[in-house]
Design a protein around this ligand. Sequence first.
Ligand code: UTP
Length: 291
Amino acid sequence: MMKVCKAVFPAAGLGTRFLPATKAQPKEMLPLVDKPIIQYGVEEALAAGCNQIIMVTGRGKTAIEDHFDHSFELERILEEKGKKDLLKVVRQISDMIHVAYVRQKEALGLGHAVLTARELVGDAPFAVLLADDVIDAEEPVLKQMMRVFEEKQCSVIATQIVEGPAISAYGVIDAKAASSNGRLYQVYNMVEKPALKDAPSNLAIIGRYILTPTVFDVLTQIQAGAGGELQLTDALKLLLKQEKMYAYVYEGKRHDTGDKLGFLKATIEFALKRDDLGGPMREYLRGLKLN
Ligand code: UTP
């Protein structure tokens, strides 16, 4: 019985959609209310039982490392000032996890970023979380997927129903229903960013994967695809020739925080859910004279 203990966070992308904010700071560190985007993903991985976090970073990403490290000076000052609550919040982050970092020297694509983590992952199934996809869910999405993995013991990818032309922004699966509740599918093929008329289904691949280590062999066999990048979707297509794969339609609401509008929507929704901010935020929004 295989278990998943490691979670890989590819975070070496350039974040061009969010320039100029991402010129000198990683998009993963942009705050959603008061927590960096990547922390939501790390908390999800921990809740799903992954206690070994692997971050694939690149140039200009040291803020991520600092965030998950001790901050002696800050902690000392908070201690001296008796700010116990803040001290607890700051310490919780560094105490939360052990993180290993590996650098992707050039942003050669998501597939390449995953391959960069090979040595740290070793010969075991692992999770991949794209931190931009922040998913608000009662049960953390990776935990939902773990249940499927535990039963099927093969790769599981998270999908979402996307109606209409918006499907063309995603990888789309060709699949057959594998459960009566409409959430589980066996995957037969996938197409990257198809035109609506060519989309094999309305099931879009989003940023959560549980993969078997076979994917590393496959990643070394594929050629660079669109944009000169090594595409994870191309590797998954090849993996399908060797192993079974399931897609799971997760329960929850996803926010694409790598996109400006998605980020703003997530900020508002997360603020509205907060005990300390929800009331005043609602009042403020009600007072806006929108036409
Ligand atoms: P994105 O497609 O969001 O690309 O990558 P990006 O470069 O981060 O952002 P934009 O599109 O230019 O605004 C999906 C995920 O893969 C990682 C990113 O960090 C993100 O988590 N990635 C992408 C890498 O780690 N390395 C790469 O070479 C490419």
